[in-house]
Design a binder for this molecule. Sequence first.
Ligand SMILES: [Zn+2]
Length: 444
Amino acid sequence: MDIGPGAHTMRGMLTPAPFRPATFVLALVFALISAQPLSAQPAMPAPILLKPDAVFDGIDPVPHAGWQVLVDGERIVAAGPALSVPAKARVIALPGATVMPGMIEGHGHLFLHPYNETPWDDQVLHEPLALRTARAVAQARATLLAGFTTERDLGTEGAGYADVGLREAIAQGIVPGPRLLVATRAIVARGAYGPKGFEPGVAVPQGAEEVSGIDEIVRATRGQIAAGADWVKLYADYHYQRGEPSRPTLSQAEMAAAVATAHDAGRPVAVHAVTAEGMRRAIAAGVDTIEHGDEGTAELFRAMHDHAIGYCATLAAGDSIARYRGWDGSGTPPGMVADTQRAFRLALAAGTPLCMGGDVGVFAHGSNAREMELMAAAGLSPAQVLMAATSGNARIFHQADRIGAVRSGMLADLIAVAGDPTRDIGAVRHVVLVMKGGVLISAP
Ligand SMILES: [Zn+2]
């Protein structure tokens, strides 16, 4: 509830006004600033012309050789060959580079750091919120500098609603980072998440909000949206005890109630689902994206295609965890790696909309391109991977009118990478320029 102006008056009456030197100096500074003539105010930044070798526009699989991009304010105003350029424009030559839309991370956790640094349980249970938030600030910066200008963050994993504040700090320009679409705490079935392994019956802080029953899941959904969630994240399955396989958790009715509540509020729904039954319920509930999908079948991926449900395979998460357990990346891949690769190929064959999202946080923020390299290794062409990471994710996340393509009128979220990423996807690791909303973050 708003305090209202009366409370401020009350506080003013109750607080005496002693002489405070700092306040006096501040008052002087403000007086001096306000005495400046208008001409001393910062001028509007000049338009910027980017001159790379080629432009990958996010939609056409073939890069446009010789194109330029003109940015004015926060938007792209023109893209094409031989643009007419205002005399005052700042020209940035990018020889040997390709300009493309800022990339969109589809599945991240800025409040987690790699599990080989600190196990997930210890992050959730033992790291203070301020530590986790400070680290998230640094990780957001690393993500932006790696060329990811938007990120969908799918749960703080025990860090409460801190993602909402981080999203606002970035939006206000207080700290650098990608535009964030956040899910806050995420929602799990009571008893079916973690950390686990303590005296039975003792309440232990959990990595997400627990619910049981339709009333509770509706209440949690509304509460998270009220706190600032852009997306609602549900767990359709998980294991109840360590060492067990994942099993369906939320009932069909619970998931349907959460989806109806979220959609009424204009929030899309992302669902963690590893089991075929969890995926089936999520599809029936009308969710917007499914994450992981290890046990997905051709039939389920076809149903996702028919209902335009996006699929985030998170290949890099399984790959990372397998490596933390000792796999060196050669020979027969371990079960979890093989499962996601198999699921990804089924989804590709079914024409399921493919989200680019690696579950970054399990592995290092800033190395988000790992998922893109694994998508290419699993059968997508580099151009298809690039489209998934730009216009594809923009469409799946209902942002295609603002980001994900190099088109006049779109927000100037642009990057330049050395070489041609449509020939070698590894080029996205060599980011030479980052611009977000027309503001240069890094440049040669
Ligand atoms: Zn995740």
